[in-house]
Design a protein around this ligand. Structure first.
Ligand code: ATR
Length: 281
C-alpha cells in the first residue's frame, strides 16, 4: 500500500488502545479491496476527548471507531447521532461526512450477526446476560430488537442490573428480570447464556464469571471476550458438549458494519478471520 496525498485516514479513539485488533482488521480489509485508506489508533485521555473530536473535523479524518471510556461521552460532541446509538446511549463509529460528524452504534448488529453465524435463533428463547455495562446493554438491545422472549440481567452490582433491566422493559416492552450474578445458580433452565463481563479476560485468564454448574445448564453459550479466544467460561461449555462461540465474531462483525458506513461496502469476513487468527495466535 502506498500512502500519498489522497490517502484517507481512519482510526480508533480510546484509552488504552495499544492492544486493539481494529488496525489489523481494517488495514487488511482496505488493502484487500485496494482502497487508498489507512487505520491507526489514537490514545485519547478522557479530558482530551472534546479536543480530539474537534481534531477529527479539523484534520479531515474520514471516520473513527470509539471505545472505552469514550463511547457515551462522545455523543455530546457529535453533530448527528443515529436512533439506535441514542437508544443504547453509546457510539462506537463516527463518520465524517464533509465536516458533519455522524455517530452510530454497530455493536448491536455485530452481535446479531454473530448469533446468525453460530446458527442460533433468538425468537422464543430465554437469555441470561452476565454483566450490566456498555457491552451488556448492546447485547440486551440486540436480543430485544431481534425478538428474544425474555432476558435476565445478572450482575455483581445488583443496582446496575436493575437499571438495565428496567430500561429494556420500558424501551422494548419485553420481560426483563435481574439478579445478582451469584443467584444465577438458581435459574433452572437457560436457552442462551452470554458473558459480557470482563471476567476471564487477559491477563486474569483463570477466572470465570460463573461456575461450570451454571454453564452446564445452558443450551448455547457466548462470551464477548476474544482475548483469550477460549476463556474458562467457554472451556466449561466445551467440556459439557454445549455449543459456544467467542467474541471474535462480534469484533469482526461490528468492524464490518463500521467499514460499510465508511466505504459503502462490506469486507470479506472469512479473509479477515483468517488474517486475524494468523496475527493473534
Ligand atoms: P463494558 O462497557 O465493557 O461492558 P463496564 O461498563 O466497565 O465495561 O462493565 C464491566 C462489567 O463487568 C460490569 O458488569 C462489571 O460488574 P459491576 O457492574 O458490578 O462492576 C463486570 N465485572 C468486572 N469485574 C468483575 C468481577 N471481578 N466480578 C464480576 N463482575 C465483574
Amino acid at each position: 500500500m502506498k500512502i500519498n496525498a489522497n490517502t484517507k485516514l481512519y482510526g480508533l479513539i480510546g484509552h488504552p488502545v495499544e492492544h486493539s485488533l481494529s488496525p489489523l482488521i481494517h488495514n487488511y480489509a482496505f488493502n484487500s479491496l485496494d482502497l487508498n485508506c489507512v487505520y491507526t489508533v489514537f490514545d485519547v485521555l478522557p479530558e482530551k476527548l472534546e479536543e480530539a473530536v474537534k481534531g477529527v473535523k479539523a484534520l479531515g479524518i474520514r471516520g473513527v471507531n470509539v471505545t472505552v471510556p469514550h463511547k457515551e461521552k462522545i455523543i455530546e460532541y457529535l453533530d448527528v447521532v443515529s436512533e439506535e446509538a441514542l437508544k443504547i446511549g453509546a457510539v462506537n463509529t463516527v463518520v465524517n461526512e464533509e465536516g458533519i460528524l455522524k455517530g452510530y452504534n454497530t455493536d448491536v448488529y455485530g452481535f446479531i450477526d454473530s448469533l446468525i453465524e453460530a446458527g442460533e435463533k433468538i425468537e422464543r428463547r430465554k437469555a441470561v446476560v452476565l454483566g450490566a455495562g456498555g457491552a451488556s446493554k448492546a447485547v440486551c438491545v440486540a436480543l430485544a430488537l431481534d425478538g428474544i422472549d425474555s432476558i435476565i440481567v445478572a450482575n455483581r452490582s445488583v443496582e446496575r442490573a436493575k437499571d438495565l433491566s428496567e430500561y429494556i422493559k420500558k424501551e422494548f416492552k419485553i420481560p426483563c428480570d435481574y439478579c445478582s450474578i451469584n443467584e444465577v445458580e438458581e435459574i433452572p433452565e437457560i436457552d442462551m447464556l452470554v458473558n459480557t463481563t470482563s471476567v476471564g479476560m487477559y491477563p486474569k485468564v483463570e477466572d470465570s464469571p460463573v461456575s461450570e454448574k451454571v454453564v452446564s445448564k445452558a443450551k448455547f453459550v457466548y462470551d464477548v471476550i476474544y482475548n483469550p479466544l477460549e476463556t474458562v467460561f467457554l472451556k466449561y461449555a466445551k467440556k459439557n458438549g454445549i455449543k459456544y462461540s467467542n467474541g471474535l465474531s462480534m469484533l469482526v462483525n461490528q468492524a464490518n458494519y463500521s467499514f460499510k458506513l465508511w466505504t459503502g461496502g462490506f469486507f470479506d469476513k472469512n479473509l479477515v478471520y483468517m488474517h486475524l487468527k494468523e496475527g493473534i495466535m
